[in-house]
Design a protein around this ligand. Structure first.
Ligand SMILES: C[S@@+](CC[C@H](N)C(=O)[O-])C[C@H]1O[C@@H](n2cnc3c(N)ncnc32)[C@H](O)[C@@H]1O
Length: 314
């Protein structure tokens, strides 16, 4: 059963639709964050001449997408791995040509929280792994046992803006002297006990940001984002569109700065000359981030923090 509902589907179509999308010749789209295939399904069913490459670094979720998207056989192909690796390998000689649409819907899917069984959620007792690609990188449990107190505190603060980062880091270091912290329940308890009592019964569970920070760290999400945006922008054909959906302000800031730098114009060649042509590489399609409508917030509450920014490559 599919658990994740794609966010901002109509807005994505509105901002990413190229002229070729509805034409006879069709369009080529790279869905860099396929998940269970929600956005790809929306685009493929709406545009009969669209071809898609769907990418996901998670070998389990891509199996779900393959099954779900069977009806589009011949118009979709799959790549299991990191989007940046696929995009870096794209060249002008590709069978499909270069993509006219690239989509990034960042982070993890509801599937990971509900069915991932890798410690993304603290609702049950799960092993603290949190890697999207379980064959590379450090698991959340390894991070908790190897990082110094100062590095843990920085990670909680810089990855998720956790206000009590230092108290929580201290509590983790004390707890791991007794026993390694390997499951979600143990970590949730440590955070609960570490934060001031008044934080314990708020809307946001006190462990939410700690879990977010660990997931971001285990997958290098913030660290890899500038490179991913750069690679996606280079892979796009001129006239193509890049859409990025983020779910927290730290990611959105990186996307906003990247988009502004591309659209703001940069001096090419002959620095200092008064005849220097100002070359704009892109046009911003969204002056401000696009957020879900009231209807979407009601029908799909997990969409509440989604923000879409879109760019046209000149
Ligand atoms: C928010 S979910 C995508 C949901 C999907 N758009 C849908 O509508 O069903 C993000 C997905 O992208 C994957 N992912 C995140 N960053 C990735 C990257 N850099 N390369 C490949 N896959 C990535 C995650 O494993 C996750 O399945």
């Amino acid at each position: 059963m599919i658990v994740h509902t794609p966010v901002l589907p109509e807005e994505l179509i509105r901002f990413l639709a190229t002229e070729s999308l509805s034409s006879q010749a069709g369009e080529y789209m790279v869905d860099c964050t396929l998940g269970e295939g929600g956005h790809s399904a929306v685009f493929l069913s709406r545009f009969p001449n669209l071809r898609v490459t769907g990418i996901d670094a998670d070998k389990e979720i891509i199996k779900v997408a393959r099954e779900r998207l069977k009806e589009f056989d011949g118009r979709i192909e799959f790549y299991r791995g990191w989007a940046q690796d696929f995009l870096r390998g794209l060249g002008a000689g590709e069978a499909h040509g270069l993509p006219g649409i690239i989509l990034l819907d960042l982070g993890v899917s509801l599937y990971h929280y509900r069915k991932g069984d890798r410690g993304f959620s603290f609702r049950g007792v799960e092993t603290l792994d949190m890697r999207i690609d379980t064959e590379s990188g450090r698991s959340a449990a390894e991070i908790l046992s190897h990082y110094s107190e100062a590095d843990l505190a920085d990670m909680f603060f810089f990855n998720a803006e956790e206000r009590y980062s230092r108290r929580i880091a201290r509590a983790i270091v004390e707890a791991r002297r007794q026993a390694a912290i390997t499951d979600t329940c143990a970590l949730e308890r440590i955070v609960w006990d570490a934060v001031p009592a008044y934080c314990r019964h708020r809307r946001l569970h006190p462990a939410t940001k700690v879990f977010q920070a660990l997931r971001v760290e285990a997958n290098g999400e913030l660290e890899k984002l500038p490179g991913l945006l750069e690679t996606a922008f280079s892979a796009l054909r001129p006239g193509g569109r890049l859409g990025v959906i983020t779910f927290n302000s730290l990611e959105d800031r990186i996307v906003k700065n990247f988009f502004r730098a591309r659209a703001g114009g940069s001096a090419a060649g002959f620095r200092g000359s008064s005849e220097t042509p100002i070359v704009k590489e892109a046009l911003l399609l969204t002056a401000k981030p696009v957020t879900p409508s009231r209807e979407e917030l009601i029908s799909n509450p997990p969409s509440r923090s989604a923000k879409l920014r879109a760019l046209l490559k000149l």
